[in-house]
Design a protein around this ligand. Structure first.
Ligand code: PMP
Ligand code: GLN
Length: 381
């Protein structure tokens, strides 16, 4: 028997694979893993065929297709009135996950501390640990998951290297406000603390609120890696393409890792995405589209015994089942699949200590018919 010393002892298979597999095995409606169950725009797939026919079939330049980087720079400037240089500050990645991994790998040395807010997207903590970093956790409390920045300050030590933000937040659907950003600026100004701002749901902000990106604040922009994902923007999570925006000194470090991590990413898709997002009309309706789905799904669940938490952004709706059962959320989710035919994500999976507030997460990026069929089953719970 080989003695393999695991670098991640105690880490099993990600909850998204576990729940999607269980959903398939039990023929349950899958509202667990976050992905649309409807096709992406056929215009987009046609543009991929065109790019292939046009010869975009060899390696793209290491930092990304120049046309795509320029198009992103234009999009960002139009949306946020902020400039990123496409040559030195934008890198195209194999999705948000690779961008997060690469940014962390570029920065985190053994012993460095990284502050994360839990419940947190599940790749942050294992990646930090893999790199020898220390995870410093701030646990947010339902139903609003607000951040008390004075408490965050208490986590600071001389080893604090980075803070990871995620707004809109997966799984809670909460968003950071301008006030949050101002308080954060007070904490980090005059320090060398960097920020990784996971903004993959930047377009999915509801109720006439605006996405408050770190890039809107120069004190934050200068120290931030901003992560985006085309999977969310284009309803095509399987394409695994995204990007990282960061000031030149940070991008330099990012690319040192990126070039040996993937070198460059899917070439015809980069060209197709650039052609597609060049036309803002192709994505400008996305917030309204998902807001309608949120309202539709919340309306359906209003007739159930689940208590809905606020959802200000993302395509996730959290709900408490504490009036239904006192089972552990993992047990409850499994029972929902087996007995009621609906797959969800137990929110304890987003806490390292498996903190269980009896809350589960639904993904509503689904056809209305899917949401209706799921709600019908959920009303029986
Ligand atoms: N961050 C968050 C908060 C996510 O929900 C996801 C997953 N969709 C990612 C990053 C990863 O994005 P991608 O699928 O582009 O790797
Ligand atoms: N981000 C998606 C979610 O939260 C899933 C991503 C994945 O499967 N790794 O459901």
């Amino acid at each position: 028997m080989l003695n393999i010393q695991s670098k991640l002892p105690g880490i099993g298979t990600t909850i998204f694979s576990v729940m999607s597999k269980l959903a398939a095995e039990h023929n349950a409606i899958n509202l667990s893993q976050g992905f649309p169950d409807y096709p992406c725009d056929p215009k987009l797939t046609e543009l991929v065929s065109k790019a292939m026919k046009d010869g975009f079939n060899q390696y793209a330049p290491m930092p990304g297709n120049p046309f795509l980087k320029e198009t992103i720079a234009e999009k960002v400037e139009k949306l946020y009135r902020v400039k990123y240089n496409p040559d030195t500050e934008i890198t195209i990645t194999a999705g948000g996950t690779q961008a997060i991994f690469t940014a962390l790998a570029a920065i985190i040395n053994p012993g460095d501390e990284v502050i994360i807010f839990e419940p947190a997207y599940d790749c942050y903590a294992p990646t930090i640990k893999l790199l020898g970093g220390q995870v410093k956790t701030y646990e947010l409390a339902p139903p609003n998951y607000d951040i008390d920045w004075d408490m965050v300050k208490k986590l600071f030590t001389s080893n604090t290297r980075m803070i990871i933000l995620n707004s809109p937040q997966n799984p809670t659907g909460s968003i950071l406000s301008e006030e949050d950003m101002k308080l954060l600026i007070k904490l980090v100004s005059g320090t060398d603390i960097l920020i990784l701002s996971d903004e993959v749901y930047e377009h999915l902000v509801y109720d006439e609120q605006k996405h408050t990106s770190v890039m809107l604040f120069p004190e934050l922009k200068k120290r931030s890696f901003v992560i985006a994902s085309f999977g969310k923007l284009l309803h095509a999570t399987g394409w695994k393409l995204g990007y990282c925006l960061a000031p030149e000194p940070l991008t330099k470090e990012f690319r040192k890792v990126h070039q040996f991590n993937v070198f460059s990413v899917n070439s015809p898709m980069q060209q197709a995405i650039a052609d597609y997002i060049k036309e803002p009309g192709n994505y400008s309706g996305i917030a309204t589209f998902f807001e309608k789905k949120r309202d539709f799904f919340r309306g359906l669940l209003a007739e159930s015994r689940f208590e809905l938490l606020p959802c200000k952004g993302s395509y996730f709706q959290c709900a408490s089942y504490s009036k239904i059962s006192d089972e552990k959320d993992t047990d409850f989710s499994i029972r929902l699949i087996k007995e009621f035919g609906v797959a969800t994500i137990p929110v304890s999976a987003f806490y390292q200590k498996a903190t269980d507030h009896k809350i589960i997460r639904f993904c509503f990026a689904k056809e209305n018919l899917t949401l209706e069929s799921a709600a019908k089953k959920l009303k029986n719970v």
